[in-house]
Design a protein around this ligand. Structure first.
Ligand code: MLC
Ligand code: AMP
Length: 492
């Protein structure tokens, strides 16, 4: 994404990032990222796609490190600040990261793996080196690896090139009219495309300002809205749901003050999961905005979006973005007629290069004629796409996070008293889906609080089951395969 950094020079004196009550200009970002690049290079000319993982909270340092890695020719691997050690270690080992940069608050967490062979753990704040000549990086080089859950147990690393990321940014900047006058509040995790590409990178491409909060809370978000500086906001449906609930408990005067500020926003976007029409309608009353719903995926950034100008149709995701081709295909690989369900398949410069070190998974993800299979089912209805569901019952979306049922099952099966288990996504107003786990246990009894503590050491909070049932056996078909649709019903 080196064009992003080249563009920064034209915005030099303007504010780029606000974090930790400080404002940083594009010149600050350019300078600090060059120092970091120089340090990462040591006496090399080019990192040659070496992986550099970093565990740093959202803010100026995060962005300076991301740019520094890119400028040194490395691949940026952002780690999730909410992950327990086994999840972090998995990513570090899977990418064979040579360097891991961390902020002081994560030192204790990472310490047990400081002796991993061939990995250098370094405090992020101290890195920096006198400037050196930086390498020329071609746009086809690998730039970033983000981990995503799939229909296999373990998350896969999605590799995007500089050209992929640039295409993802350019289509959104144009479609949503980003400009240097924009000021956005970024409250999303920075190990997924929503926070990294749609909010952070689109803002910086445009010369706009991206402000961070250390952590999501409804009160803090409204505080920043009340400042009157923010005019662009993007979030997952769960966040809008939470903001609505919080708003509804405020006094009339407080509500009035917030609504007045919201009406002055330029753009409010929802995505990463289906936006319930009830949330869209309530938010419209509160803010005066019809949320712009769009559809995307780690493997391709954004692909389909409701229009900036023109009708934003509730329950629909809109039309393919410029530069993106979309088609709907039946199980037998035929194009489907309008109004018929089919899998969304995508082509374009936005689509990722490969899954890291998994050639078979990469090959499976594409049709023989080169279209990316999303696994999402939609239909074309009066000029817009409408999502109907997913190919696989084992993919769960909770709070905007994609979660593999199989991954949770693999972890649960390692617990000493669990003989067998089945994990499903259950519909939930607030979270979209919550995780349900059916357990088959040794003597029919399990200490759930103790199980939850055991799980928390192994899985991030958003991957924890929220509902449990204990069964003697799982529902199965005549072949002995667990029937997850039947299992879902048993939670009612
Ligand atoms: C947390 N909690 C959950 C939960 N996650 N409960 C049910 N289901 C979940 N998924 C509970 C916790 O146990 C805790 O309760 C309480 O909520 C607060 O936990 P937290 O971790 O502090 O949550 P919070 O910070 O409030 O997080 C909520 C959130 C977060 C909505 C801000 O989930 C989030 O940032 N989501 C965005 C994910 C995202 O960016 N996805 C985009 C992927 S890219 P207790 O009782 O333990 O205190 C992509 C492509 C595209 O999808 O199209 O964009
Ligand atoms: P991720 O792998 O985390 O990038 O999640 C991508 C998935 O999120 C897609 O495959 C969809 O299932 C889902 N998704 C993203 N945007 C929407 C949307 N607007 N409506 C419904 N599902 C969505």
């Amino acid at each position: 994404m080196l064009q992003l950094i080249d563009r920064a020079r034209r915005f030099a004196g303007r504010p780029a990032i606000v974090s930790d009550n400080q404002s940083f200009t594009y010149a600050n970002l350019e300078h600090r990222s060059a120092e970091i690049a120089a340090d990462l290079l040591e006496d090399m000319d080019d990192l040659e796609e070496e992986r550099v993982a970093f565990l740093v909270p959202p803010g100026f340092l995060y962005v300076a490190i991301q740019w520094g890695i890119w400028r040194a020719g490395g691949i940026a691997v952002p780690l999730c600040t909410k992950h327990p050690l086994p999840s972090l270690q998995y990513v570090i080992e899977d990418t064979e990261a040579r360097t891991v940069l961390y902020s002081p608050e994560y030192r204790e967490l990472l310490e047990p793996i400081f002796d991993l062979p061939d990995t250098d753990f370094r405090p992020a704040g101290q890195i920096g080196h006198p400037l050196v000549n930086l390498p020329d990086i071609s746009s086809g080089r690998r730039a970033m690896i983000l981990y995503t859950s799939g229909t296999t147990g373990k998350p896969k690393g999605v590799v995007t090139t500089h050209a992929n990321i640039q295409a993802q940014i350019e289509s959104l900047v144009e479609a949503w009219n980003w400009s240097a006058d924009d000021h956005t509040l970024n409250i999303l995790p920075l190990h997924h495309v929503h926070g990294i590409v749609n909010v952070l990178s689109c803002a910086l491409w445009s010369g706009a300002c991206c402000e961070f909060l250390p952590k999501f809370s409804e009160g803090a978000v409204y505080d920043r809205f009340l400042s009157g500086r923010i005019n662009v906001f993007m979030a997952v449906p769960t966040i809008y749901y939470k903001l609505i609930n919080y708003y509804d408990d405020l006094s009339e005067a407080e509500q009035q003050a917030i609504s007045t500020k919201l009406h002055a926003f330029r753009l409010m976007v929802s995505g990463s999961a289906a936006l319930p029409v009830s949330v869209l309608e309530r938010w419209k009353v509160i803010s005066g905005h019809t949320l712009l719903e769009r559809y995307g995926m780690t493997e391709m950034g954004m692909a389909i979006s409701n229009p900036y100008d023109g009708e934003r149709r509730p329950g629909h995701i809109g039309q393919a973005l410029r530069g993106v081709s979309a088609r709907l295909v039946s199980d037998s690989g035929e194009a489907v007629a309008d109004g018929e369900p089919g899998e969304i398949q995508i082509q374009g410069a936005n689509v990722f290069l490969e899954y890291w070190d998994r050639p078979d998974a990469t090959a499976e993800a594409f049709t023989p004629d080169g279209w990316f299979r999303t696994g999402d089912i939609a239909m074309w209805e009066d000029g817009a796409y409408r999502i109907l569901g997913r190919n696989s019952v084992d993919i769960i979306k909770s709070g905007g996070y994609k979660i593999s049922a199989l991954e949770i099952e693999e972890v649960l099966r390692k617990h000493p008293v669990i003989k067998e288990c089945g994990v499903v996504g259950l519909p939930d107003e607030e979270w979209g889906e919550v995780i349900g786990a059916s357990l088959i246990v040794d003597d029919g009894q399990v200490d759930l609080p103790a199980l939850e503590n055991w799980l928390r050491e192994r899985l991030p909070g958003y991957k924890l089951p929220r509902k449990y049932i204990i069964q003697e056996d799982l529902p199965r078909n005549v072949m002995g395969k667990v029937t997850k649709q039947e299992l879902k019903k048993l939670f009612a």
